[in-house]
Write a protein that binds this ligand. Sequence first.
Ligand SMILES: *[C@@H]1O[C@H](CO)[C@@H](O)[C@H](O)[C@H]1NC(C)=O
Ligand SMILES: *[C@@H]1O[C@H](CO)[C@@H](O)[C@H](O)[C@H]1NC(C)=O
Ligand SMILES: *[C@@H]1O[C@H](CO)[C@@H](O)[C@H](O)[C@H]1NC(C)=O
Ligand SMILES: *[C@@H]1O[C@H](CO)[C@@H](O)[C@H](O)[C@H]1NC(C)=O
Ligand SMILES: *[C@@H]1O[C@H](CO)[C@@H](O)[C@H](O)[C@H]1NC(C)=O
Ligand SMILES: *[C@@H]1O[C@H](CO)[C@@H](O)[C@H](O)[C@H]1NC(C)=O
Length: 282
Amino acid sequence: MHPVRLPGSFFFFIIIITFVLIHAPKFASSVDERYANCSRTFACGNIENIGYPFWGSGRPDYCGFPGFQQNCRDSILEITIMSATYHVLGINNESRFLNVARADYLEDLCTAFLINSTLNPDLFEFTSDTQDINLHYHCPQIPNQEIGFVINFTCNVNENTFSGVYRDSNLSELTGVCSDRVVLAANQWGIQSVETSQSLRWENLVEALAKGFGLQWNANNSLCDRCRGSGGECGYKTFSNKFSCYCTDLAYDTVCPTPTGRFVTCLSLVISLIIRLFVFQS
Ligand SMILES: *[C@@H]1O[C@H](CO)[C@@H](O)[C@H](O)[C@H]1NC(C)=O
Ligand SMILES: *[C@@H]1O[C@H](CO)[C@@H](O)[C@H](O)[C@H]1NC(C)=O
Ligand SMILES: *[C@@H]1O[C@H](CO)[C@@H](O)[C@H](O)[C@H]1NC(C)=O
Ligand SMILES: *[C@@H]1O[C@H](CO)[C@@H](O)[C@H](O)[C@H]1NC(C)=O
Ligand SMILES: *[C@@H]1O[C@H](CO)[C@@H](O)[C@H](O)[C@H]1NC(C)=O
Ligand SMILES: *[C@@H]1O[C@H](CO)[C@@H](O)[C@H](O)[C@H]1NC(C)=O
């Protein structure tokens, strides 16, 4: 018996046809799952339409940007930046502003851990109406109340009693007097109204801090604009640590290809296959 000899190109042809038959309906009808998942925004409390660069709370990490993990706890949206936790009070996805307040200063000025409001400069910037304030802790003596602006308070945390002082930023040289210092960010108008008010109470400062301050974010913003402009959803390839643009068919590096672009890619694929076929046969 002689085995039927078929040319190699015939097998190649069969393989290509099979491939096309298997995959064509998928390309034509189903949408890439990452695209579908990332186009779904989420809501937490009264903050709605939370999308890229935020992820967490059921939104997959590939739909966001590293450093923008959010946590929706009891209808309160939280974000952690450089180990300090903030309540998110508002998000403006068009101008990429975030209004946040330190979660550990909402009740009083006393916390178990002293953490500065430091930012990751690659991702966040304070808005221009944000200013630093200094809180001083563990002060054996209360600075002279006659000079400048002083609020003193007593803390009782985990059965530890210690003193604290807020002094306006113009007169913050309390080194030597107090052993610890925390730098917090606050809205400058809120702080101005505390400092110009007649009653110097720590409650006013807590109230000003609770109103939050502004942050501007950068999560490959311009790449995301281009991706959205081409009909894609912004995201991140966690395995290659790169921005990703999810399109209805696949994930791309920056933008979704146009129908012409797709056709050209397809055509060049077919041409390269044909060329390979000829090389294979000769
Ligand atoms: C997309 O979301 C659905 C529903 O939440 C989930 O079952 C699926 O695994 C997600 N797909 C991917 C690729 O993560
Ligand atoms: C902001 O969110 C709204 C509501 O989901 C959406 O229509 C809009 O496209 C978003 N804009 C940007 C720049 O993300
Ligand atoms: C906060 O920052 C200031 C100035 O950089 C520094 O002196 C202080 O020790 C920092 N405090 C904490 C708790 O890290
Ligand atoms: C603030 O300082 C004054 C004067 O040193 C002191 O009498 C007062 O008890 C202090 N208040 C608090 C809340 O620590
Ligand atoms: C702090 O200094 C600025 C500029 O020197 C001044 O305008 C402001 O009134 C001062 N604040 C207080 C509370 O004295
Ligand atoms: C995207 O963001 C990362 C991290 O901030 C940065 O290193 C990278 O340069 C950005 N890429 C572009 C093209 O902006």
